[in-house]
Design a protein around this ligand. Structure first.
Ligand code: EPU
Length: 336
């Protein structure tokens, strides 16, 4: 446990933004973290760095949460209860579950980031949200250094949302997440159109967890840029929810607008479609731009800085407001 000085954060964030950390420390255990918190409270936490846009050098102590380990708490014929430490890579954990025939997370294959941040934004893709498998989240109170537990209900999960983004934001460091996964009679979720197409093309009628994971990996690879090649944070914006009245008006003007019904009065509209219709898809501005295959993803081609990517996001928000009267909400954490 040693504080280093003037470290580039480029390899610690999936947008690959090159900002400087004045002081930096890697933490490998809960005990180390508790020791550190006795003297350092004003910290900036970085884990997988997959949901942040760094726009400036960081003056606070940067704490890289690198606590590893997976343990099986208990199991029976049907289910397994696992606890996974925050620093485990999410995708590697999903692949491990698939290899053990533990079901529930296969649709969340290839999502960047670490296990410790998955509850914060309740990661979700292809018909599954992580909240459906989480039983418990353990966290350290930054103020007191004490460990506390949140049950699933206490996490207050919603679409790309949880208590950790709201009421208790910045108050806790998530150290481990516990999951309940199935060992047999898995609840497979293949209803998402692209999954069905992918499985049919391979002539798979009764898919295994691995078949689904492979299908998701192939779909994601075809649409989303690999952060190791092109810096990005996945969906930069949330899909907006608008009133049915507003949607009906838009539908008259744009008959092809895709939508998902949320309730009798609310409709979710894909932000990617709105951005594409506004002419931004695939637009490149020097070192940064909008991904060519998924307009919801902003990218860093190499040497962009966070400020210019944020300015592009603001430009997109303004245009969407003009064109559709919709306020696009940024999903990624903007770090000033
Ligand atoms: N669309 C366009 N143009 C685009 C992108 C999308 O017209 O450039 C249209 C598609 O044709 C489709 C609709 O928008 O009709 C939905 O597209 P897609 O299935 O790609 O999903 P999404 O709503 O754009 C969400 C998540 C993704 C997740 C996918 C699959 C959000 C903010 N994003 O995207 O999550 O992988 O569904 O479930 O909810 C992430 O959060 O980082 C992420 C990648």
């Amino acid at each position: 446990m040693k504080i280093q000085e003037n470290i580039s954060l480029k390899k610690y964030n999936t947008f690959n933004i090159d900002v400087n950390a004045k002081r930096f420390i890697s933490i490998n255990s809960v005990y180390e973290l508790q020791q550190l918190l006795k003297t350092e409270k004003d910290i900036f936490l970085i884990s997988g760095g997959s949901n942040m846009l760094l726009t400036n050098d960081i003056k606070k102590l940067v704490v890289h949460l690198d606590i590893k380990g997976i343990s099986i708490d208990r199991e029976n014929h049907d289910d397994v209860y696992l606890t996974v430490n925050a620093g485990e890579n999410w995708h590697e954990f999903v692949l491990w579950c698939v290899s053990q025939n533990y079901g529930g997370l296969e649709n969340l294959s290839l999502i960047p980031g670490n296990v410790g941040t998955c509850p914060i934004q309740n990661i979700g893709a292809y018909g599954v949200e992580v909240k459906d498998t989480i039983t418990r989240v353990e966290a350290i109170d930054i103020e007191t250094g004490k460990l506390i537990e949140f049950s699933n209900a206490e996490c207050n999960f919603g679409y790309r949302n949880s208590i950790f983004k709201n009421e208790v934001k910045g108050k806790y460091i998530l150290t481990s997440v516990s999951f309940l996964l199935t060992k047999k009679e898995h609840q497979l979720n293949t209803s998402y159109g692209a999954i069905e197409t992918e499985l049919t093309s391979k002539n798979i009628k009764t898919p295994t967890l691995k078949d689904i994971s492979d299908a998701i990996i192939s779909i994601r690879k075809s649409k989303l840029p690999d952060p190791k090649e092109i810096g990005n944070s996945g969906s930069f914006f949330k899909n907006p929810v608008i009133s049915k009245k507003h949607f009906d008006k838009l539908k008259e003007k744009f008959p092809k607008i895709p939508s998902y019904t949320i309730s009798e009065t609310e409709i979710k509209v894909p932000a990617g479609w709105l951005i594409e219709q506004s002419g931004f898809k695939g637009k490149r501005f020097g070192e940064f731009g909008v991904h060519e295959k998924q307009a919801l993803v902003l990218v860093n081609y190499g040497n962009a800085n966070g400020k210019e990517i944020f300015e592009l996001a603001e430009k997109i928000q303004k245009k969407i407001k003009q064109n559709f009267e919709i306020d696009l909400e940024i999903e990624v954490n903007i770090i000033n």
